[in-house]
Design a binder for this molecule. Sequence first.
Ligand code: ADP
Length: 671
Amino acid sequence: MLAPALPPPGAAVTPPPRPLLALPPRPALRRGLWALPLLLSLAFVALVLAWLRANERADLELQRLELISDALSLESQVGARIEREALLLRELAQRLGTEPQALRAVTAHFAGLPEVQQGMRRFWLSVTWLDTANRIQAHLPEQAPRPGAAEASVPQSVGLSAHLSAAVPGGGALVARYSPTEMLRQNVPWWLARKYDVRIVGILGEVTASTTDGRELPDRQSYRISMAPTFADSYLELIARDRIAPWYRSFPIAMVAGFVLLIGAITWMLRRQVLDVSRAEAAWRTEAAWRSAMEDSLTVGLRARDLEGRLVYVNRALTDMVGYSADELVGHMPPMAYWPADDTEESMQRHQRNMAGAAPRGGYEARWQHRDGKRIDVMIFEAPLVDAGNRQIGWMGSILDITATKRAEERERHQVDTMTHHARLTMLGEVASTLAHELNQPLTAISSYNAGVINSMQRQAAPDPVLLRALQRLGEQAAHAGRIVQRIREFLTRREPQLEACALNAVVEGGVALLKRELERQRVHVDLHLCADLPLVVADAVLVEQVVINLVRNAADALAETSTHGIESEPVERRVEVRTLRSSDPRFVRIDVRDNGPGLEGRRVEALCAAFYSTKRDGMGMGLAICRSILEAHHGALDASEAPGGGACFSLTLPVDRVPTAQAAFEAETA
Ligand code: ADP
């Protein structure tokens, strides 16, 4: 009797299902956002590398251009200097050529010459005057030059010397030996000497002269320019002292600086992202709270199932409906715990039909069983459950508990049956009453004639006793027939009226409610206009309700004969208006039942209320007659008229000041 304990036999219990409703897929761009910092960092490193490399190249190029221009200008300066020195030597030779012969060989005189002294103060190492036979006539300095003495100030490695010579007029030559190193030191401007290591190198690369100690400077830019014709086979070489720092030297600093900026930017982006995420989370939480509040407040049960039929979600209304908790239901496959044990096969067939997508669109009824064993009637609507990509991922069912409605319907059906039965009995009573009324006269006539015949026979001298006896019997039978008819009428019509104070509005509402389905089927719309301050009447509510029902049903029947389309195919609504109101006579209340049907077509209320008068194919013609009897028994009245604007209007009036002694009056009436 109780529902099977969980898990139900045969039900496949599986681990909790994966979430059925996944979040909608995010755009690919947003999904890859996490890699942005890494990509930015790599791009940044590549940029810095390229930038440093380009910078290094630009610096090297700039230095090279400077080097070339400095080398060119220095070469021309040095050339000019040597030219000038050669000129000075030639002038000295000219002067010596004009010297008297006697002084020529005097070294003292030679040494005293200002040109010689100036030359020695500049960068001459020695000066020698040779005669035509290349014998030394005079030589300075006087003592033979010690090897290396004159070059003491010149570094060993660059201690080579050069010479200039000039022909002395009259024979002989003047030879000046000088130190190119000293020449360079004296003639290279200081700012160039600071910038460059200036050298004179031979064709094989040997250093002839240098402004420094001749040490090699690795990884420096240099430029060579030929010194011909001043020095044949020699080059002036400029070596930059400053080394352009290779790009990788500044790389770490640039990287650190850049990364600080980058981290700043990424932190800012991260902050925005975090804010976005927390905003989205807050919105999601609110939405989730809303959703669960809405789901919990629903009276409609909801259940979601995956494509295999496994329950993946139930709301509170459903768990309340069946008496099982969500944990007991979710994750289970059919047969479900709330299926009635004696109905499992049918429920399973229904389930399979639903899973095949063939559930009726308008919903279907089923019978479930609460955990406590109580049966519940439910109306189920199935709909496909689709995800954000419009793929079906299961089924969503909404479930209405229609147990109460079903019971109400059953009660209503029962009530209608009872009412129909009552109506039939009342009708029979009326028929009998009418028959009795109609038969009463012929029976009375039969009795009278029979009594007359008996009297006249008894006045005869010798009445035939057999005939007399037969006539007496005939009289007795006629009287007996009259009594039988009367008794049957009494039996069928006498219904104990239940007189009570009743509110007509409630009576009208009850009557119309009973006809609800019938009226819906006939597509008749009923408008109730109920007077708010209607006094109570003392009446039999059931009988008055029957009158109302009969009048509304007649109106609906009259409307059924009308088309729902007018002449110009304009839809014509079938309307019945039921109105309760105080009558113009304050002692009465009134109920009007008015329709927009064909109307009375000139017929008066007496004709309509005549027994057995009907224009309907299967009509009995007793309805209005019975209504009138009931109303008259209540000291009321029934009237019928054409409604203004077309249709019929039936009005019933009931007195408001009747005292409960009406019971007695009613009995007297029906007796
Ligand atoms: P029945 O319904 O069996 O015909 P009734 O006594 O209730 O018997 O009705 C008698 C006749 O009165 C109906 O056949 C119909 O012709 C006429 N009638 C009753 N109500 C209306 C109405 N609202 N409009 C038009 N005719 C009506």
